[in-house]
Design a protein around this ligand. Structure first.
Ligand code: PLP
Length: 396
């Protein structure tokens, strides 16, 4: 099909939740590049919104999945699943968690995290501890409870009344957080770098205070690592930058490199609140999805991709700061590793995004003035140099 035919089909049959999309459809991918219906190559600095960490069609990833598809795709949670057990072990051995549960998406992993926080207090005989504190400008997903958790009015407005029991405090506001914690607080949930709302990092002092408040008040600390996790920030998990360990954290996005999977990860004291029957899933952790997760860990290790994210990430940030000095068109460069945000001095993010698209670069734009850069973890210095040249031309 050509692009025009695809667009017509979409406009006739697909629910209009995404509106007018960027007018392109990709039919093939390889490494840093995506190829459209005309065979034109685009350099991918968005990675499917922080999903395809290995780049496109990584040969080892493809062959692992092919082999799994030829063996078995799905068996259900009625039976033991080798890949599921092995991927849980991988995550536990490389993180602060003792136990893992697999879901199919980020939102679903967060739902599991909030259910776990509630049942933890319920089983301790404190059912009144059933409320969550999250941050304004956060993003935690699109299900009803995760929309209530998400501190952005635009996602909540049409869905009132929202799931009750959520309050929001501004990021890095320790006093507001202290004032919000009370005898009903079950958990504090936060992203360490708010991604969707424009790459806003939490301060180390703030995160340490969240940790201290949680420990002091028997409140669970939930870190949403759906975007920041799996090497994106230059460490396997972003909490490693902060010198703290969460009680619960969630993963999705890059965990399956594009095969849908989410993970709810917790320390034993919290995880043990789930007894048989308290939570469940049909697809979650099936042999195919967990094969993808295992292949991601495998390739991360073989190709030192987390280390690459740290190295190339700081190279990228340096180059962006150089552009800031040179052009005067950049107000601020934020983020860690390969999760970077560029706030422009003028509200021209959409325009710059379009200009880069015309040069065959894919990036994100948040609001009117923030560029969002999330290249695959395989990105090289050379890829960065070419991108910086293109961005400079677009800013001129
Ligand atoms: C993308 C994202 C989610 C939602 O994940 P889905 O797989 O779209 O449900 C939740 N939290 C954060 C921080 C995210 O970036």
């Amino acid at each position: 099909m050509n692009l025009h035919e695809i667009m017509n089909l979409d406009e006739t049959y697909y629910m209009n939740t995404f509106g007018k999309r960027t007018p392109v459809a990709f039919t093939k991918g390889s490494g840093m590049y995506l190829y459209d219906t005309e065979g034109e190559a685009y350099c991918d600095f968005m990675a499917g919104i922080a999903v395809t960490a290995l780049g496109h069609s990584h040969p080892d990833f493809v062959s692992a999945l092919k082999k799994q598809i030829e063996s078995v795709i799905h068996t259900s949670s009625l039976y033991y699943v080798e890949n599921q057990a092995k991927l849980a072990q991988k995550i536990v051995e490389n993180s602060a968690a003792d136990r893992v549960f697999f879901a199919n998406s980020g939102a679903e992993a967060n739902e599991g995290a909030m259910k776990l926080a509630k049942i933890y207090h319920y089983k301790k005989g404190n059912p009144q501890k059933n409320e969550m504190i999250t941050l304004t400008h956060s993003f935690h997903g699109r299900t009803l409870a995760t929309v209530a958790a998400t501190g952005q009015e635009k996602y909540q407005k049409p869905y009132r009344p929202l799931t009750p029991g959520f309050s929001h405090v501004p990021i890095n506001d320790i006093e507001a957080l202290r004032a919000a914690v009370n005898e009903h607080t079950a958990a504090i949930m936060l992203e360490l770098i708010q991604g969707e709302s424009g790459v806003h990092p939490a301060d180390v002092d703030f995160v340490k205070e969240v940790r201290a408040l949680c420990s002091k008040n028997d409140v669970l600390m939930i870190v949403d690592e759906i975007q920041t996790g799996m090497g994106r920030t230059g460490k396997l998990f972003a909490y490693e930058h902060y010198g703290i360990e969460p009680d619960i954290f969630t993963l999705a996005k890059a965990l399956g490199n594009g095969v849908p999977i989410g993970a709810l990860c917790a320390k034993q004291f919290a995880a043990s609140a789930f007894s048989p029957g308290d939570h469940g899933t049909t697809f979650g952790g099936n042999p195919l999805a967990t094969c993808a997760g295992l292949a991601v860990f495998d390739i991360f290790q073989k190709e030192k991709l987390v280390e690459n994210a740290a190295l190339i990430g700081s190279y990228f940030k340096e180059k962006l700061l150089g552009l800031q000095n040179e052009t005067g068109r950049i107000k601020e460069v934020r983020g860690l590793g390969l999760m970077l945000g560029v706030e422009l001095a003028e509200p021209k993010a959409k325009e710059v995004q379009k200009k880069l698209f015309d040069k065959h670069y894919l990036i994100g734009a948040v609001g009117d003035s923030i560029l969002r850069l999330l290249p695959p973890l395989i990105v090289t210095e050379n890829d960065i140099d070419l991108f910086i040249t293109a961005l400079k031309e677009c800013l001129a």
